[in-house]
Ligand binder design. Structure first.
Ligand SMILES: [Fe+2]
Ligand SMILES: [Fe+2]
Length: 218
């Protein structure tokens, strides 16, 4: 289970809840840990002008767009009244979006930023939150609308996700932004991996992944 209650940030995905403020205070300063050595991720060339295309491909923008999309799906769920097929489809889409997003973060984003930001506590908590979400998604995969606790599980999953998004966007992303990681190259690798996981990567996918030869793709 997450190490802090997600209820503290249930207002919306961009709000700054008490938990986040506490986390910021707790994580203030250098983070206090030596960064493990790593070499795989390209570093951003100094002072390179940012094109509109590159801004869109920045990994933080890519992940924010995912967050916005899934939070919007949870908001739609909150408005649904009946237990018909519409609810089943919506929850299936929520689960699909979350699994895809979590997977690319686990495979590409987290392994790149963990050594760069030097805050293992933050990264460990985020990884535990991913595991908690996966457990709830697995439960939902075996259920249908109207089943006992179906709505409750979706609601709790939504609360976890809202909390997690605030932690990533308000605490983790600023730390990532302060590093010299090539966030555009990383964003393109994330987009490519998402396409690949959806089954339509093709030649472009292979080219994109070539930017991260050291990455381990299961
Ligand atoms: Fe995320
Ligand atoms: Fe995440």
């Amino acid at each position: 289970m997450p190490t802090r209650s997600p209820r503290s940030t249930r207002t919306n995905g961009h709000a700054t809840g008490g938990a986040t403020q506490a986390a910021r205070k707790r994580r203030g300063g250098s983070g206090g840990r030596a960064a493990p050595q790593r070499t795989e991720v390209p570093r951003a060339p100094a002072s390179r002008p940012v094109s509109p295309r590159a801004a869109v491909d920045n990994v933080l923008a890519v992940l924010r767009a995912d967050h916005d999309r899934v939070l919007e799906l949870f908001a739609r769920f909150d408005k649904l009244k009946s237990n018909g097929p519409q609810k089943a489809q919506l929850v299936e889409r929520i689960c699909d979006e979350l699994e895809l997003h979590t997977r690319v973060e686990d495979e590409l984003f987290y392994p790149s930023v963990r050594p760069a930001i030097g805050d293992d506590d933050l990264m460990d908590e985020a990884a535990v939150e991913h595991e908690s979400s996966k457990t709830l998604i697995e439960q939902l995969r075996g259920m249908k609308p109207g089943d006992n606790r179906y709505d409750a599980i979706v609601t709790v999953l939504g609360e976890y996700v809202k909390h997690h998004v605030v932690e990533e966007q308000d605490v983790m992303f600023p730390k990532v932004k302060a590093t010299d990681l090539d966030l555009v190259a990383l964003g393109r690798a994330v987009k490519t991996r998402k396409r690949q996981l959806k089954g339509d990567a093709g030649v472009q996918g292979l080219l994109g992944l070539a930017a991260f030869p050291g990455m381990m793709i299961p």
